[in-house]
Design a protein around this ligand. Structure first.
Ligand SMILES: *Cc1c(COP(=O)(O)O)cnc(C)c1O
Length: 458
């Protein structure tokens, strides 16, 4: 299997090179040159790691042998605290929750990062190299990346969070991890400062080389790949007579793009529904055929407070018949003007596969309250956005699955405001709330950050 860039001007790479490269040399994103058909899959109700390995194997090709891939995937999901890893919970007639939050940080990022951390570590060992993962976080991605890298032989991880500007729970999930290869830095600045520092480090070829920097961000193909198997599983479990629709609380478009990938490989999925909060660029694109940025608004579902959803570029490439030149041109215009008008045929294809709807904070809280009142189930605000949208997009004759992307205990304030109930805290989160913290405070200044990193790693 080879991977090509959405902008058509970067070399084709195999899976392992794509993994280490991240962004393509032409500024595009890698995706497989074709979607492999699902074949010879094990029983969907069987062990999740076996199904996930079988779904991922054709994408990995010869770069990792099958037994090693199976061991690695089994390791990734061994620490999940539900025997089915991704249980499907029936909520109400025809509507199911696909629970993606049973991993170490209680949110769906673990589904992919637990696999990607192991893939990176394995590839670096193979090449006898080391790398430093550097991540800027506004809260949740940092802990998922730390859990994915902690204790790995070939990786160090440095996470920059804005000092005093993440919640206590979010900070403690990061700073109570004491493995020798984990370093938390509290930057005296905002999340944007953290992100600018990371970007500046990557742009500095000398620093990048010296510190062997690597990213684990959502544009990495392997992250999308590791999210495809759970859609294959739920389509196989619920499909039977016909296709299954899915609704996905969406920010960077990675999770729902994985559903598109599963569907493209032949999984029995029907309509893919984008659930947006007030930051509704994708829903507006579906409605108008124009992708246009606006300012970012803070909401109760912060993991979806995103203006530009980077993974959309992969879908655009496919909607444009894999014409990299057209995509490169469209993205250049989008960067310059903040707006991109889809060609009529591409817009029609988009609407044939996807639907979308936005949900404001008020309706998010009302949905959390209703679901609790009607079913005695607590859901987090991201999942609630999904449930609200799924209820209006459900068709009578097909199952609808909502991706439940975070555990309610991760967002206790919203859940309590809506229901009056404070969600029970799972043991591993409770432990993080008690343990001693380790982190260093640094100024929001590239020079001092570089010096700190070089004295530790170079
Ligand atoms: C990251 C995240 C999302 C958004 O997923 P994308 O792949 O970025 O669209 C939704 N909910 C939660 C809880 C998340 O952490």
């Amino acid at each position: 299997m080879r991977y090509e860039s959405t902008r058509g001007a970067a070399p084709l790479l195999g899976f392992a090179d794509t993994l280490l490269t991240g962004l393509a040399a032409d500024g595009g994103l890698y995706l497989p040159e074709r979607w492999p058909a699902l074949e010879g899959l094990p029983e969907p109700a069987g062990p999740y790691a076996e199904l996930a390995t079988a779904v991922m194997a054709p994408f990995v090709g010869d770069d990792i042998d099958r037994d090693e891939l199976a061991r690695l995937v089994a390791g990734a999901y061994a620490g999940f605290d539900h025997p089915e890893v991704v249980p499907l919970r029936p909520l109400e007639d025809g509507l199911w929750l696909l629970e993606l939050f049973h991993g170490p940080t209680l949110a769906f990022k673990d589904m992919a990062l637990q696999v990607v951390g192991r893939l990176l570590d394995r590839e670096l060992a193979h090449r006898d190299e080391r790398a430093t993962v550097i991540v800027a976080t506004s809260g949740d991605t940092g802990s998922a990346a730390i859990e994915a890298c902690r204790g790995r032989d070939r990786l160090d991880i440095v996470v920059l969070h804005p000092h005093g500007r993440v919640s206590d729970v979010q900070r403690r999930q990061m700073t109570t991890v004491h493995d020798h290869n984990v370093w938390n830095l509290a930057v005296e600045g905002t999340f944007d400062d953290c992100q600018d520092l990371v970007k500046a480090l990557f742009a500095d070829a000398v620093a990048r080389e010296k510190l062997r920097l690597t990213a684990m961000n959502s544009i990495n193909w392997a992250r999308v790949l590791a999210q495809i198997p759970y859609y294959v599983r739920c389509a196989a479990l619920l499909g039977g007579a016909g296709p299954v629709d899915v609704t996905v609380p969406t920010g960077n478009f990675g999770n729902i793009y994985a559903a598109w990938g599963a569907r493209s490989c032949g999984a029995g999925l029907g309509r893919l529904v984008v659930a947006s909060n007030r930051n509704d660029i994708l829903t507006r694109t579906l409605e108008t055929g124009v992708m246009a940025t606006e300012e970012v608004h803070a909401t109760l579902s912060p993991a979806m407070d995103i203006q530009v959803s980077s993974n959309v570029e992969r879908l655009l490439y496919e909607l444009h018949d894999r014409d990299g030149t057209a995509v490169a041109e469209a993205m250049r215009g989008f960067r310059e003007s903040g707006s991109l008008r889809l060609a009529p045929a591409a817009w029609a294809r988009l609407r044939a596969a996807f639907a979308g709807e936005r949900v404001d904070d008020e309706r998010t809280l009302a949905t959390i309250a209703e679901v609790y009142r009607e079913h005695s189930v607590l859901i987090d605000p991201h999942t609630a956005v999904g449930v609200a949208v799924a209820r209006t997009h459900r068709s009578a004759d097909r199952p609808m699955v909502v991706a439940a992307t975070a555990h309610p205990a991760k967002f206790p304030d919203a859940v309590e405001a809506a229901t009056g109930v404070s969600p029970p805290v799972p043991g591993r989160l409770a432990a993080a709330l008690e343990a001693p913290e380790h982190y260093d405070v640094v100024p929001a200044d590239l020079g001092s950050l570089r010096a700190a990193l070089e004295s530790r790693f170079a």
